[in-house]
Write a protein that binds this ligand. Structure first.
Ligand SMILES: [Zn+2]
Length: 229
């Protein structure tokens, strides 16, 4: 095929990630017996402040926990070291209970679920792909690494697409895309936007590959992934 006909498309992608720390106040019980240094009232509301790391404003894990008390009369607050250690310990136990603390790990829990799902989906995909390789079908789309299929390819733009046009006894006839990207995402986008369903997306010169060779092409990374629509 005429490789000089391949059009090179350069993609640059940047994703912004929002993260940082934030604080959340949780209030606890009312306690009596400690005297307010300001107004001599003896009634306080206990509270805790949980600082947490967030990813896109989803609490991911706590970074610090502070306890305090607030005078119910004059609103004067005493925190951490200003409290008798024994009292601080007690307040910690009540305000940082499971109900208040577990939600601070939401992000980690979500990430763990996504990873587990990802592993599961990848396994399912591998099983499916093995079937596609053994029983190729017309219109199967192969995302490929051109540098491992053709010589004389610009290594910067290695990702392209091949589509099965016909299958004979032991050979598949592929159409080869006229476009090559520096990133796989470029090919995927063309598939999503259905540009790849038109014959004009492909070069007119066919490429014949023995079906028995597809497996080893997958193993060497010449074939990156297979889509069947
Ligand atoms: Zn007070």
């Amino acid at each position: 095929m005429a490789l000089d006909a391949i059009q090179h498309i350069n993609l640059t992608g940047k994703t912004m990630i929002f993260f940082g720390t934030r604080g959340k106040t949780v209030s606890g019980q009312v306690i009596e017996g400690t005297q307010c240094p300001n107004c001599e009232n003896q009634q306080f509301i206990t509270f805790g402040i949980i600082r947490y790391f967030h990813l896109y404003w989803i609490p991911t894990f706590p970074t610090s926990k502070t306890v305090g008390i607030e005078c119910t009369h004059c609103k004067r607050t005493l925190v951490d070291n200003e409290l008798p250690p024994e009292l601080a310990k007690q307040i910690k136990k009540t305000v940082f209970n499971k109900k208040n603390v577990i939600p601070m790990f939401s992000g980690l829990i979500i990430i763990a679920c996504l990873i587990l799902y990802g592993v599961y989906a990848a396994q399912q995909y591998d099983i499916q792909e093995a079937v596609y390789i053994e029983q190729p079908a017309v219109n199967d789309l192969y995302i490929v690494n051109f540098t491992k299929i053709f010589t004389d390819v610009d290594p910067k733009y290695k990702y392209g697409l091949m589509r099965i046009k016909q299958i004979s006894a032991d050979q598949a006839e592929f159409q080869v895309s006229k476009i090559a990207y520096n990133k796989i995402s470029g090919v995927r986008k063309d598939i999503r936007e259905r540009k790849t369903s038109s014959d004009s997306y492909y070069d007119s010169e066919p490429l014949y590959i023995d079906i028995g060779k597809l497996k080893s092409m997958k193993d060497t990374g010449a074939i990156y992934s297979i889509d069947r629509i």
